[in-house]
Design a binder for this molecule. Structure first.
Ligand SMILES: Nc1ncnc2c1ncn2[C@@H]1O[C@H](COP(=O)(O)OP(=O)(O)OP(=O)(O)O)[C@@H](O)[C@H]1O
Ligand SMILES: [Mg+2]
Length: 301
């Protein structure tokens, strides 16, 4: 599988402050790469460096196997669509007029324009002025503008920002449609759970550093979810385990943290020998936020 984006020790400093540090980002072709991290963690700065809108302080960017620099920038940008920070488009013009500007600017044909509009499902909205669009419609028009050139790579910075749950779900669906159409998509969000379900690969930033990069399954396999025990006497069970495990009573169940499989077998045997009746033992479902908190508390991977 070809690599669409690769960075080598990519860093950005503003004065003495390092805002992006030694990033080795890797996006294989065809993936939806969810680029996640809290506010200020360096997502937009990284995306701007990928697009050569911000000059790296050190390290480099390769797009489709070729370095991104002044001499290759034009060629690369012809094959990358992007939406950075607020959606583009002139408010006093209609959606169609905005698309026509893009068409002339890039020398595109009518089919490319119509295809982009249809992909974001905006056919019925093209004669309205952009200032009368909802935020979700503005984001979709922005994506159509980025998509019309038939890019190999789409870089979308927080396209779900400010959208309601229905708008977010539509955006997730659109990302999947784009990926099915063969476009590699990099999409950022400061809300960890917002795009992780449609992403096929995740990169998680914390304070300018990549603390995880890989699939969702790989991320969750690095974490140890709590064990929940439902039994006839949770208080006594919790007291019995207090010396050997980190546990507490939580909503009528015993919650034990950081327990390996072997240790789980051990505590169940101990409870049974103390005649505690065990009705159910299960691992808690973890959210991406919990896994993230676990990673950052431990100083990252
Ligand atoms: N031009 C600049 N000059 C100085 N500092 C900057 C500049 N641009 C960004 N920063 C700082 O770099 C850090 C990372 O900013 P960036 O916008 O990349 O984060 P982000 O992850 O996109 O955050 P958000 O989720 O809020 O969009 C922030 O602390 C920001 O204040
Ligand atoms: Mg940002």
């Amino acid at each position: 599988m070809a690599t669409i984006v690769a960075t080598e020790n990519l860093s950005k400093r503003y004065g003495k402050r390092t805002v992006v540090e030694d990033l080795n980002l890797y996006i294989p072709e065809g993936e939806i790469y969810g680029f996640l991290g809290p506010n200020g963690s360096g997502k937009s700065t990284t995306m701007k460096m990928l697009l050569s809108l911000v000059q790296p302080s050190s390290g480099g960017v390769e797009i489709m196997g070729k370095p991104m620099d002044r001499s290759t920038r034009r060629e690369h940008l012809g094959r990358i669509g992007s939406l950075i920070e607020s959606p583009p488009g002139y408010g006093h013009l209609t959606g169609r007029e905005n698309m026509r500007i893009i068409q002339r600017l890039l020398g595109l044909n009518d089919q490319q324009i119509e295809f982009a509009i249809a992909t974001v499902r905006m056919q019925g909205q093209m004669d309205k002025k952009v200032r009368n669009y909802s935020l979700g419609m503005k984001q979709r028009l922005g994506i159509a503008m980025a998509l019309a050139r038939e890019p190999k790579l789409l870089i979308l910075d927080e396209p779900t920002n400010g959208l309601d749950p229905a708008g977010i779900e539509e955006m997730r669906e659109l990302l999947r449609t784009l990926a099915d159409g063969g476009v590699t998509v990099m999409v950022s969000s400061h809300l960890l759970g917002e795009i992780d379900k449609s992403a096929t690969m995740l990169g998680i930033l914390s304070q300018g550093r990549m603390i995880f990069q890989g699939t969702r399954d790989e991320l969750f396999s690095a974490a140890t979810p709590d064990v929940l025990i439902r039994c006839d006497d949770p208080s006594r069970a919790s007291e019995l385990l207090a010396n050997s495990a980190d546990c507490r009573v939580d909503q009528g169940e015993v919650r034990v943290t950081e327990l390996s499989e072997r240790a789980t077998a051990g505590i169940i045997a101990a409870l049974v020998s103390e005649r505690i009746a065990i009705y159910e033992v299960r691992r808690d479902e973890q959210t991406l936020e919990q896994v993230f908190m676990g990673l950052t508390e431990g100083g990252g991977l």
